[in-house]
Structure formats: C-alpha cells, structure tokens
Ligand binder design. Structure first.
Ligand code: HEM
Length: 425
C-alpha cells in the first residue's frame, strides 16, 4: 500500500541534500553564506554525501553585494547510482526541455554531448561554473539544482541502436480523454532541470541548451512551479486548491524497485528510471462553478486539509469501503482517489507534479499540471492507472491532457564517468 513520504522529506530538505559548505562544510558556511564564487576552471569539488569540508573549495570571481539567500547554497549531490532529480524532493521551480538530434548526428556526437553535459551538470550542481560559462557568477548559487537527462524512443531509431531501447520506451497508446495538440510530444532528448531559484534554473537551462548546439536543438520547453517545500516537501497545492502528491511509494525504502530499473533484462540501464510527462490543462472557470461538495467528491478528499472524506489526517489512507447510512459509498465510484489507487501492488509510481501557466500576449492564461510520473516500467505501472482514469474519473470534467511524452532516464554515473557511458561506449 502506498504511504505518505512525510518522514522522508525531513523538514522539506531531501535526505541527500547538503548545504554547500554549511551542514557538512563546517567553517566554510560563514564564507559561503555571504555569497561565494564560482570556479571557472577549478578542479571538481566533491559534493557527494560524506564529502565534508570539500564543498567550500572555490576560486575565481567573488560576487559583491549579492544578497544571501536561504536556499541558494543547497547542493544536491550529482554523482551516484541514480541521477538526481528523481527521488529528490521537488524543488520550487522546474523546466522540462525536449530536444531533437540534428540531422546527421551519430553515436560519436551524442557521446560527446553526454560527456560535456555530465561535466557541466556536475559543476553547476555544486555551484561551480562550467568551463565555457560566459556568466560564471550565475553559477555561484546552486539552489538545490538537479539536472536529469533522458532519452526518447526516436533517438534509438535515428542512431541505429534499437537494441539499446528499453522495451517499454514508446509513446502512450491513444487515450479517449487526450486532446494532444502536438506541441508537447515525444522528442529525442530530455533535460529536466529543477532548482529552488528561477535565476539558477534559467542560467543552467541556457548553458546546457547552448552546449548542445550543433548536436541537438530544442523542440519544446515546459516550465513549472510549486510552493517551496510545502508540507512534507512532496505535495503541492495545485491551482484547483487541492493538496496533490500525498500518496507516494516509499522509493527510499521498500518500494525502491518501483522506481529504479534493475539489472535484469538490459543491464546497461540498471539504476535508470522512466518519466511520463503529461501536460494537463485545468478548466479553472468550470471548477469555480462547481460547489465545494462536488469538488471534494471529485477526488474523495477534503480541500482544506487534503484528508480523506472517510476521516483522519492527510496521511491517513482513503477507506474505499466506507459507506453512508443509506449504503452509498462515501468515496464516489468515479472519484479520482478510487480510480487512481492501485488495483495491484505494482501499479504505483512516484509523482512530482508542477503547476504550469501559459501566458499569452493578450493576457489570456492557460493553467494546468505538468504531471510527472517516474517508474521502472511505465507500461506495467503507469499505463493501467492512466487507462482507468481515461475510462472514468470525475476530475476529467475539468482536466484535459494536451501533451504527452515518455523518456528513459539514464542511470547515474560515478565521479570520472559520464551519463550514458555504458550505453554508448
Ligand atoms: C490535472 C490533473 C490531476 C489532478 C488535479 C490530480 C489531483 C490529485 C489529488 C488532489 C490527489 C489526492 C492526493 C494525493 O494522493 O496526491 C491525487 C491522487 C492521485 N493521483 Fe492525481 N491528479 C491529476 C492527474 C493524475 C494522473 C494523470 C494520474 C495518473 C495517470 C494521477 C494519479 C494519481 C494517483 C496514483 C494518486 C494517489 C491515489 C491513491 O492511491 O490514493 N493523477 N491526484
């Protein structure tokens, strides 16, 4: 059964998150809190867990007069068995950038890009500027930056490496609720960038997209936001006002196998994962016409607290068997919580939703959810749930998927290694 991730989030800061030069860095914290430099070509400072004291080693340009920020110096370790940004407590800002390989690009060029991105991401995540960074000052505050790299299904056909494609990596089958406009569909490459600072995020995005020039070009870009570290850090309040993201598998514990690809099948993908990114438009005007009772029954949870209508607190499991005195179920037959809940233990995945707003020049705003689901095998875990919701879900009255894409997220890499190495080398 799913459970809340409240304890895992530990006061909103991810278990693996380090405060650069702070929590682990001892004396370095004083220097760093006043604003520190990025090392433009300094050696790799270790920011892995246990790298006490090393994070404060910086050189280069010292920004002056920059106001200290409470989250500016948070560091998410980059190296490891898994990429950061998946089991990481979601940062308050994110952008999903999809790119397509340029004409004529082959395995060699992709390998070159992966090596460059690996080095750049490792530096940016630890508050150091990439070698070719033209604005190194902007790298000084990593703000919990994570960059997660994914490959889309089309990449393998283009490179002639179909044998490396995970068997589940394909677009989702057509769903009756979908109204996909083609703008936010499949692509060859994904950069998922998250940070607690929009400034850090913008700089990282610009640099990494620029570093791909000549090899891959952007296809779409989807920015999202959420309240920083709200509640347990995992749930956000979406624009319907709901607490969203509460029920999650315990991916740091017993449910790790639901998130990470294991060694069976394709060993080169071991430690990787997958992302299903659904762009879901939310009809706020329609939602505002519904009364509070209807809104709460659409999910089966109290709007104010997020607690189930069957009682308890936000972390209390919904009692799907509870009935009213007349015998009717407390939680509607088509309530989102009933339809989305697992019908088998493996039908679960990690959710890291973000709100999006698409603002037009004429002032019209489209609002929705960047529904980001992570799992070892989307066909087995995600698709049955999505199919059930597409058949019936009260939330469908106010929501419409307008974009959909699936990516394989690369395994992590150790220091000295690079992302995708086992697949390309
Ligand atoms: C705009 C679209 C959506 C909104 C506003 C929304 C909102 C919510 C809310 C408020 C909850 C209850 C609290 C929680 O556990 O997080 C929830 C639960 C859940 N949602 Fe969604 N959701 C949306 C789309 C989806 C989609 C597309 C899927 C999967 C295909 C999904 C899967 C789930 C799951 C698995 C749960 C936990 C169910 C349980 O075991 O209790 N949701 N959602």
């Amino acid at each position: 059964m799913s459970e809340s991730r409240g304890a895992a989030a530990e006061a909103g800061v991810g278990r693996r998150t380090l405060l650069k030069g702070g929590l682990l860095g001892g004396a370095g914290a004083l220097t760093l809190a006043g604003g520190v430099a990025s090392g433009t070509s300094a050696g790799q400072a270790s920011t892995t867990v246990g790298g006490a004291g090393s994070a404060g080693s910086v050189s280069g340009i010292l920004p002056t007069g920059d106001a200290p920020s409470p989250v500016g110096h948070l560091v998410e370790p980059f190296h490891g068995a898994h990429q950061a940004g998946i089991a990481t407590v979601p940062q308050s800002h994110a952008v999903f950038v999809a790119l397509d390989l340029d004409e004529g690009v082959g395995v060699t060029e992709l390998g070159r890009l992966m090596r460059v991105w690996t080095d750049d991401i490792a530096r940016l995540a630890s508050g150091r500027a990439p070698v070719t960074d033209q604005e190194p000052e902007l790298a000084a505050r990593p703000a919990g930056l994570t960059v997660t790299v994914g490959w889309g299904a089309g990449l393998f056909g283009r490179l002639g490496t179909e044998h490396l494609r995970p068997r589940w990596l394909a677009p989702l089958p057509p769903l009756p609720i979908d109204d996909l406009d083609g703008r936010f569909g499949e692509a060859d490459l994904l950069l998922q960038i998250g940070a607690h600072s929009p400034v850090t995020l913008a700089h990282a995005r610009r640099h990494l997209v620029g570093a791909a020039r000549g090899i891959a070009s952007p296809r779409w870009l989807q920015p999202g936001f959420r309240e920083p570290m709200e509640r347990d850090g995992w749930s956000l309040r979406n624009q319907f006002g709901q607490v969203d993201g509460t029920v999650q598998p315990d991916v740091d514990g017993v449910d790790a196998g639901l998130l990470w690809i294991d060694a069976h099948g394709q060993p080169a993908w071991e430690g990787g994962s997958s992302l299903v990114l659904r762009r879901i438009r939310m009809d706020l005007a329609g939602w505002e016409r519904a009364d509070r009772v209807a809104r709460e029954h659409a999910v089966g949870r109290d709007l104010a607290t997020g607690a189930p209508l069957t009682g308890g607190e936000v972390a209390t499991p919904v009692d799907l068997h509870a009935v009213l005195p007349g015998g009717l179920p407390v939680v509607d037959r088509d309530a989102h919580a009933r339809r989305a809940g697992p019908h088998a233990p493996h039908q679960r995945f990690l959710r890291r939703p973000y709100t999006y707003e698409e603002v037009s020049a004429d002032g019209t705003v489209e609002t929705g959810l960047l529904f980001a689901a992570y799992q070892a095998d989307p066909l087995r875990q995600f698709l049955p749930v999505q199919r059930r919701l597409a058949e019936a879900d009260l939330l469908n009255l106010w929501t419409t998927p307008v974009g959909s894409a699936v990516f394989a997220l690369l395994p992590g890499c150790p220091e000295g290694g690079w992302l995708g190495q086992h697949l390309l080398a």
